[in-house]
Design a protein around this ligand. Structure first.
Ligand code: GLY
Length: 380
């Protein structure tokens, strides 16, 4: 009897400690989001006179900007939409709208597979939060543009435009492309989105459930020609952000479709990732590289995906890792103070190390997925 009482007391104490830790993290995240709002507003004020451009990074001296056609263009306005949702601050809404409208031309752009990132992140959040049909019409037109890149023989949407000397042997599909399927599912292009996801499940993953970055197909026969990398350390290595896109992409596909196979794939990716994360849970830029350089963007994407996966599976190990990642991302090591990071929220992102581009810098997509993860946590 005494022993049962002791066990019950211990269980209650553990539960209370867990709850108070959770409350503490929530309170720290709210504070971090207040800092994030200040960064984003300062960024918007800085960018307003720079017509036609969107901020994407910081080179230590000045904000690096992008044109709407850069794959990162949607993240800055999308982050402001999320922060508007969190605060109800009308000024943020105004800025979010201005920078979202800078991207309208993308609705007719067929030269990229990244329209999900570029259009659905800003316009999707804008429509969700305002119900304004203008935003929806842009999303619908962008989806029509995106499906022009689908090849039924390959069963995928083309990612990069080929530069190969035998073009038909180089229909390139990258794991990142999973992220563009949310917009297609939302617009009702279920067959295309699911075919792409199923082909990716078949061809992109290794025995250990890590993913290749690039799979090149023969576009005339649909055969796999080659599996390789561009942003990872080696063809057979596990580029951290690629693993994060896969995790997020399949978790999202389960949410959008309720198809068990996507949840199974997401769980396999999580089970590959989690044991390979370091103590602070922020991954090295590539899991198989000896060159140590953390990628905060991969950490933020993983945290957001793991929180969604936790809300579906109730597997606490996903929650615990996401909590560790969030705690780390709001520490002084990663979270920027005003004036030190070109108005971006997070430090230490790695864009493309082999290309020697955007190494150890802030990245607009790291900021977006960090804010999304923080809000997911606050809303658990
Ligand atoms: N989609 C490009 C990247 O993750 O760097």
């Amino acid at each position: 009897m005494k022993k049962t009482l002791l066990v019950a007391l211990l269980a209650i104490t553990t539960l209370l400690c867990g709850c108070s830790e959770r409350q503490q993290l929530k309170s720290s995240l709210r504070k971090a989001l207040t800092v994030a709002v200040a960064h984003e507003k300062a960024q918007a004020e800085y960018m307003l006179p720079i017509e036609g451009k969107i901020p994407k990074s910081y080179n230590g001296k000045e904000v690096v900007t992008a044109t709407p056609r850069d794959w990162t263009s949607g993240f800055f306005p999308a982050t402001m939409w999320l922060l508007y949702e969190h605060t109800g601050d009308e000024q943020l809404k105004e800025y979010a709208d201005v920078f979202t409208r800078r991207l309208e031309e993308l609705k007719d752009y067929t030269g990229t597979h990244d329209l999900g990132f570029m259009v659905f992140c800003p316009y999707g959040n804008a429509y969700r939060l305002t119900g304004d049909e203008y935003y929806k019409s842009v999303i619908e037109q962008a989806s029509k543009s995106l499906i022009t890149r689908f090849n039924p023989t390959v069963g995928c949407i083309r990612s990069w435009n080929t530069k190969h000397k035998t073009p038909e042997l180089d229909f390139m599909v990258i794991i990142d492309n999973m992220m563009n399927l949310e917009m297609l599912e939302w617009c009702g292009y279920h067959d295309i989105a699911r075919k792409h996801a199923d082909t990716t499940t078949k061809n992109h993953f290794r025995e250990d459930n890590s993913t290749y970055h690039v799979v090149a197909y023969n576009e005339l026969t649909g055969e796999v020609v080659e599996k390789r990398t561009r942003q990872g350390a080696a063809d057979d290595s596990a580029w951290a952000r690629g693993q994060a896109w896969g995790l997020y992409g399949y978790t999202m596909m389960y949410r959008m479709t309720n198809e068990q196979r996507y949840l199974e794939q997401a769980v396999k990716i999580a089970d590959y990732l989690i044991p390979r994360l370091p103590e602070d849970a922020i991954p090295n830029w590539d899991f198989d590289s000896d060159r140590m350089l953390k990628d905060s963007s991969a950490g933020a994407i993983m945290a957001s995906a793991l929180l969604e996966l936790y809300s579906i599976t109730h597997n606490k190990s996903y929650l615990r890792i996401a909590e560790r990642q969030l705690k780390e991302l709001i520490s002084d090591e990663y979270m920027a103070k005003q004036g030190e990071n070109g108005y971006f929220i997070l430090k230490h992102g790695v864009g493309n190390l082999p290309g020697n581009s955007e190494v150890d810098v802030p990245l607009s997509y790291g900021d977006y997925y960090f804010v999304e993860a923080a809000l997911r946590y606050l809303n658990l």
